[in-house]
Every structure is written in C-alpha cells, then in structure tokens.
Design a protein around this ligand. Structure first.
Ligand code: FES
Length: 111
C-alpha cells in the first residue's frame, strides 16, 4: 500500500452535484441523514408530497435519471423520496412533478 490516506481522501469531495428537473444544484457538506424529500420540500418543490414518510404510500414518488456509461443510455427509475438519501443523488437528475409539464401543456398526471 503505497498510497497514503491523505492522497486517497484528497480525491473525494464534500460537494454534492445533481439536477432537480433542469436546475443544477451544488451543495456542500450534506447531512447524511437528510432525505431527498426533506431537501425538495425545503427548497420549494411542494409537488412531491409527504404522507406516510416510510416508503409505503408513494405520495413522494420521483423519477431518477442516471447516465449509464456501459450502455451509453440514460436509465430512468422511480424512488420514494421520503426514504431516499439526499447523498445518493450525486451526478443524477431528479425529476419531480414540477418538471414534467407546464400550465399550457400539463402532463396527464397534473390534470
Ligand atoms: Fe409515503 Fe414517501 S411519503 S412513500
């Protein structure tokens, strides 16, 4: 083991970078206990609801988009934001209900 701990940790960053819909977010020193839902609601994304708070009802469902280097495709999956750690959003796009339609052309789930 020729690498010192200092050089190993110098490759890590305390910055979290992700998108919410089309907005780039960069956050320093995220509390590892913060959920994605807490972050969203604290930052004005009220379309993502808090109901059970334990992953059982789906009121907080969001979409996570992530680029897959192997397939060169973007993978989309859903998650319950109330139990999804904010720390796990690095290099991902979070799509909330605010990001899927607009007043002129609402998405069917917004009608
Ligand atoms: Fe019920 Fe998240 S609030 S699953």
């Amino acid at each position: 083991m020729g690498e010192s701990l200092t050089s190993i940790f110098s490759t890590y960053s305390n910055k979290l970078k992700f998108y919410v819909n089309t907005e780039l977010k960069i956050i320093n020193n995220v509390n590892p206990k913060t959920t994605l839902l807490e972050y969203l609601r604290d930052n004005g994304y009220y379309g993502t609801k808090l109901a059970c708070g334990e992953g059982g009802c789906g009121a907080c469902t969001i979409v996570i988009a992530e680029y897959d280097n192997k397939s060169k495709l973007i993978n989309y999956r859903t998650a319950n934001a109330c139990i999804f750690p904010l720390c796990s959003t690095n290099n991902k796009q979070i799509i909330t209900i605010e990001g899927i339609g607009n007043p002129e052309m609402p998405h069917p789930v917004q009608v």
